[in-house]
Design a binder for this molecule. Structure first.
Ligand SMILES: Cc1cc2nc3c(=O)[nH]c(=O)nc-3n(C[C@H](O)[C@H](O)[C@H](O)COP(=O)(O)OP(=O)(O)OC[C@H]3O[C@@H](n4cnc5c(N)ncnc54)[C@H](O)[C@@H]3O)c2cc1C
Length: 479
C-alpha cells in the first residue's frame, strides 16, 4: 500500500527526533504535519505543574528549532482538535507514540476509535517510552507482578531485550499550518514572579535533545563508575540527572539502556540499569492499577490516622522545618526543580511519618515543583515511602534525618549549599544544630528560632507517635 500524501505526527511524551518510531513512519508520507497539543482539559487534576511547564516550554522551543520552525502548536482537547485538523487538511494518516497515564489512555482510546471510523484514514501507534510495555510482562498465572525484583529479573530480563535505538531521519518535509499558535501563546512560563529565570541560572540545565545526549555521555564517562555507592550521596555528582529528559521523551529509555549496556558489565552499570527498571515498574503499576495516584495501593491504609497540619505542611514545603537535611532537600527542589533521590526519601519519610501528613500532599507538592514530575514514578514512590504501595518500605522504617545526613552527607556539603544559614556550623552539629552548645552556635552565627528555625517536631517523640499510628496497619503487614 502506498503511503498517504499527508500525515500528522502527534508529539506527546517523545519530544525528540532520534529514536522516534512514529516520526520514522510519518516521514514515509510526502508531507508531515508535526503537532503538539497542550491538553489541560483532559488532564484535569493531573495537568502539568509549574516546573513541568517551564521545562516543556524549552523542550518545545528546541523541537521547533530542530524542525525549522515547523512545529504546530495547539491548546485544548486533543480529541476535538485532531479530528478537525484531519478533515480540514485532508490528512491520510496519523501517527503517535503511546502514553500510559490513565487520562491519556482514556482520551487516546476514544480518539483512536473515532478516527479509525474515518474512511481512508490510517491511525498508527507505537512504543517509544518504555523498554517493556506493561501488557508484555506477567506472572505465570497471567496476573501482574506486585514486587519489583521478580518483575524485573524474572519478567523483564527474561523477555525480549530492549530495542536498539533508531537514528534521526535525514530529511523531514514538515508543514506549518496557518492556524498554529505561537509558543508564547501557550503561556507556559510564569510571569510574576519569574522564578524560572532563577532556576534556570542556578542549575545548568540544557533543556534540549542535544542536552539530554550530552548528559548521558557525561554520566557514562564519569558518574556511572561510582554509581552504586555514589548515588546515595547528594553532594556527589554520581547520578545521571536524566529524569526530566526521560519524562519528556527528549531521550528514549532505549538509547539510555543500550548505551549503558555497551559498557563493561559491573555492579555500577547493572545497578543503573535496574533503576531504569524501577521507572518501568512504576509505569507497569500505574497501567495495571490506574488509581495509584489517588488511592492507597494497600486498602488497609484507608483508615490511617493522618493528622494534616497546614502550618507543618507549609514549613516542609518552604524548607523551614528546622531539620537541616529535610530543609536542604526542600530548598534544592524549589531552587533547581530537582531533588536527589536519597533526599526525596528522607523528606518523604519526614512528612509522612514524623509529621503524619498524608502522602498525597507530598505528591501534589512534588507534582508542582519537580522538572521530572511524572505521574507513574511520583505516585509509586510516594506510596513506597508511605508503606501503602506495592513492594513498599516497611511501615517501621522511619528515616532519621540526622543519621541519614551524617551517613550520606558527612561533611555537610549538601547542607551548606542549600541552607547557607548553617554554613559555619562544625560537621559534628550541622545535621543537629539544636544539640550544639551556646558558644558553638554563636561562633557559627546561628541563633535557633531566629536565623534558623528550631525543629518543628522532636524527632524521637514524633517517631514514637508514627509507630503508634502505624498500629492500624501493623497486623496485616506481618501477614
Ligand atoms: C517521594 C519520591 C518521589 C519521586 N518522584 C519522581 C518523579 O515524579 N519523577 C521521576 O522521574 N522520579 C521520581 N522519583 C524517583 C527518583 O527519585 C528519580 O527518578 C531520580 O532521583 C532522578 O534522578 P536521576 O535522573 O539523576 O536518577 P538516576 O539515579 O541517574 O537514575 C536513572 C533513571 O532511572 C529512573 N529512576 C531512578 N530511580 C527511580 C525510582 N526510584 N523510581 C522510578 N524511576 C527511577 C529515572 O528515570 C532516572 O532518570 C521519586 C522518588 C521519591 C522517593
Amino acid at each position: 500500500m502506498s503511503s498517504p500524501k499527508k500525515s500528522i505526527l502527534w508529539f506527546r511524551q517523545d519530544l525528540r527526533l532520534i529514536d522516534n518510531p512514529a516520526l520514522l513512519k510519518a516521514i514515509e508520507s510526502e508531507e508531515v504535519i508535526p503537532l503538539y497539543i497542550l491538553d489541560d482539559d483532559n488532564a484535569g487534576k493531573w495537568k502539568m505543574g509549574g516546573a513541568s511547564r517551564v521545562w516543556l516550554h524549552h523542550a518545545l522551543d528546541d523541537l521547533n528549532k530542530q524542525l525549522d520552525g515547523k512545529l504546530n502548536l495547539y491548546q485544548g482537547k486533543a480529541d476535538d482538535i485532531i479530528p478537525h485538523l484531519v478533515s480540514e487538511y485532508d490528512v491520510g494518516a496519523i501517527h503517535w507514540n503511546r502514553c500510559y497515564e490513565p487520562w491519556r489512555i482514556n482520551r487516546d482510546t476514544g480518539l483512536k476509535s473515532a478516527l479509525t471510523s474515518t474512511e481512508g484514514l490510517l491511525v498508527k501507534t507505537y512504543n517509544a517510552s518504555l523498554l517493556w510495555e506493561p501488557w508484555e510482562i506477567a506472572k505465570k498465572d497471567g496476573t501482574p507482578y506486585r514486587v519489583f525484583t521478580p518483575y524485573y529479573r524474572k519478567g523483564c530480563l527474561n523477555a525480549h531485550p530492549p530495542a536498539e535505538p533508531k537514528p534521526k531521519p535525514n530529511n523531514i518535509n514538515a508543514t506549518k499550518l496557518p492556524c498554529s499558535l505561537t509558543l508564547e501563546a501557550l503561556s507556559l512560563l510564569p510571569t510574576k514572579p519569574a522564578w524560572h529565570q532563577t532556576i534556570m541560572s542556578l542549575d545548568d540545565w540544557d533543556i534540549s535533545e542535544q542536552g539530554a545526549h550530552d548528559r548521558l555521555n557525561d554520566f557514562l564517562d564519569n558518574g556511572i563508575n561510582s554509581y552504586r555507592q555514589g548515588r546515595d550521596f547528594p553532594a556527589m555528582k554520581s547520578v545521571s540527572g536524566l529524569s526530566p529528559y526521560l519524562h519528556f521523551g527528549q531521550i528514549s529509555p532505549h538509547t539510555v539502556w543500550q548505551a549503558a549496556s555497551k559498557l563493561e558489565a559491573d555492579k555500577n552499570r547493572d545497578h543503573f540499569l535496574s533503576e531504569l527498571g524501577w521507572r518501568e515498574f512504576s509505569y507497569y503499576l500505574l497501567y495495571h492499577f490506574p488509581t495509584l495516584p489517588h488511592d492507597n495501593f494497600q486498602a488497609k491504609f484507608n483508615d490511617f490516622p493522618w493528622q494534616d497540619d497546614d502550618g507543618w505542611l507549609r514549613a516542609w514545603q518552604q524548607g523551614k522545618t528546622g531539620v537541616p537535611m529535610v530543609d536542604a532537600g526542600m530548598r534544592q527542589l524549589w531552587q533547581t526543580g530537582y531533588m536527589h533521590n536519597r533526599v526525596r526519601m528522607i523528606v518523604g519519610s519526614f512528612l509522612i511519618k514524623n509529621l503524619l501528613i498524608n502522602w498525597r500532599h507530598g505528591q501534589d507538592w512534588f507534582w508542582d515543583c519537580l522538572f521530572d514530575a511524572d505521574l507513574a514514578s511520583n505516585a509509586a514512590s510516594w506510596q513506597w515511602v508511605a508503606g501503602s504501595g506495592a513492594d513498599a518500605a516497611p511501615y517501621f522504617r522511619i528515616f532519621n534525618p540526622v543519621t541519614q545526613g551524617q551517613k550520606f552527607d558527612p561533611n555537610g556539603d549538601y547542607i551548606r549549599q542549600y541552607v547557607p544559614e548553617l554554613k559555619d556550623m562544625p560537621n559534628k552539629y550541622i545535621h543537629c544544630p539544636w544539640e550544639a552548645d551556646f558558644s558553638t552556635l554563636r561562633e557559627a552565627n546561628v541563633m535557633l528560632g531566629k536565623t534558623y528555625p528550631s525543629p518543628i517536631v522532636d524527632l524521637k517523640e514524633s517517631r514514637q507517635r508514627a509507630l503508634e499510628a502505624y498500629q492500624v496497619v501493623k497486623s496485616d503487614s506481618a501477614a
